[in-house]
Ligand binder design. Structure first.
Ligand SMILES: Nc1ncnc2c1ncn2[C@@H]1O[C@H](COP(=O)(O)OP(=O)(O)O)[C@@H](O)[C@H]1O
Ligand SMILES: [Mg+2]
Length: 379
């Protein structure tokens, strides 16, 4: 997979960007607040239809404009394909080769991107919501159908919660019909998350071992809310039955509280070092190395699963890592041959990821300019 051309219109503070990225590294340099993250977000949004930072779709549209548009021309399995997304009036519309996309699967069609931003530290430091969101980004990358599936679950959950709020007057048979749907959709979410973690955790643990500078092993775990960590099966039908039972068991309590207290919306992810919570005990540097271990594992896992590397977006990561781990990451990028977009306030931090064919960009006040030099621009 390769991004051949990118066009951005009225996305955040970027009025108009048009560029042909390098097959390897494209590096955007600029001071804070100029639009570097916005440029990566445009790409991330194009490839996932989700904003990089949580928030409403309308935030993506440049102030004073009616709508935003991002278009990318990709080379996928030897064929060129243009995808494009428009945001306006609080909704978004996806296009494939100029026509409205008939389904999300058609739209994604093999386009895959892994983003790495300072916010990713949330998987270690943040609360359960942030950890789940982090996990789900990785699940979506691996299984694009997950976007539709998680929406189905969210819809079923919302409906059930509405019924619960109506209280005890609700017909039991009515609620049961919802539980059936919810259990099925929920089991799919569990199965996807489990499958991803089964692939990812061993790789992440191995990567961490080479960058962690500690003998303590890292462990990355997924904990379904009601099943117990050692629930013996990944069989989806069995998961649905288990979830259905849990929903039944908690029905009385859920009716009192007016919401569904069990299901994949309350699962958790754990990251531990030497058996202890990384959030509570790991140093800043170790926490960052734990995230780096996960991200590199995610990239390698996607490559193993799909046969090609995803597009990589690294937002200001080098300033967060100590020099040794930053060097490890830059060398990894150069060696992997991946197509990567990096942003930085200081070009010298990412020099090791650059080569002859690197495209250097400078970003200033929402204007993205190509620099016809192989040297990193200053600051
Ligand atoms: N919808 C929007 N319209 C116009 N400007 C925006 C919008 N959203 C964010 N911005 C502006 O974008 C700038 C931040 O850009 P960002 O890409 O985060 O900077 P950085 O170069 O530090 O990564 C801020 O000045 C912010 O006000
Ligand atoms: Mg930024």
């Amino acid at each position: 997979m390769r991004l051949l051309a990118l066009q951005v219109q009225d996305f955040r503070n970027l009025p108009q960007v048009q560029l042909s990225p390098s097959p390897h590294a494209t590096i955007a340099v600029g001071q804070n607040g100029q639009g570097k993250t916005n440029l990566l977000e445009a790409l991330y949004f194009l490839a996932t239809l989700k904003p990089l930072r949580a928030g409403r779709l309308s935030e993506l549209v440049r102030w004073g404009s009616q709508g935003a548009r991002v278009t990318g021309r990709f080379l996928l399995k030897g064929a060129e394909r243009e995808i494009s997304v428009e945001v306006g009036g609080g909704t978004r519309q996806a296009f494939v080769d100029g026509k409205k996309a008939s389904s999300l699967e058609e739209y994604f069609g093999g386009v895959s991107v892994v983003a790495f931003t300072p916010d990713d530290l949330e998987v270690v430091k943040g609360g359960p919501d942030a950890r789940r969101a982090f996990l789900d980004r990785a699940v979506f990358n691996r299984f694009p159908a997950f976007l539709r599936e998680s929406r189905e679950y969210a819809r079923a959950l919302k409906n059930r919660n509405r019924l619960l709020r109506d209280g005890h007057s609700v017909e039991a048979a009515y609620l049961e019909a919802y539980d059936e749907t919810l259990a099925k959709a929920g089991a799919r979410i569990y199965a996807r998350r489990r499958a991803l973690m089964a692939e990812l955790a061993p790789r992440a643990q191995a990567t961490f071992a080479s960058i962690g500078r500690t003998v303590d092993p890292a462990m990355y775990g997924y904990h379904p809310a009601h099943l117990g960590g050692d629930f013996p099966t990944a069989d989806e039908a069995a998961l649905a039955v288990a979830l259905r039972e849990s929903l039944n068991e908690r029905l009385r309590r859920d009716l009192d509280r007016g919401f569904t207290s069990v299901g994949p919306h309350s699962d958790d992810v754990s990251v531990t070092l030497g058996g202890r919570s990384a959030r509570a005990y790991a140093s800043q540097g170790q926490q960052r190395a734990l995230v780096l271990g996960w991200k590199i594992a995610e990239i390698e896992n996607l490559e193993a699963a799909m046969g090609f590397l995803p597009l990589l977006l690294l937002d200001d990561v080098s300033s967060e890592l100590d020099p040794e781990r930053n060097a490890y990451l830059m060398n990894y990028l150069a060696k992997s041959g991946a197509q990567v977009f990096l942003t930085t306030t200081d070009g010298s931090l990412v020099r090791a990821a650059a080569a002859e064919d690197t495209l250097w960009l400078s970003v200033h006040g929402g204007q993205v300019a190509v620099r016809d030099t192989a040297e990193p621009p200053a600051g």
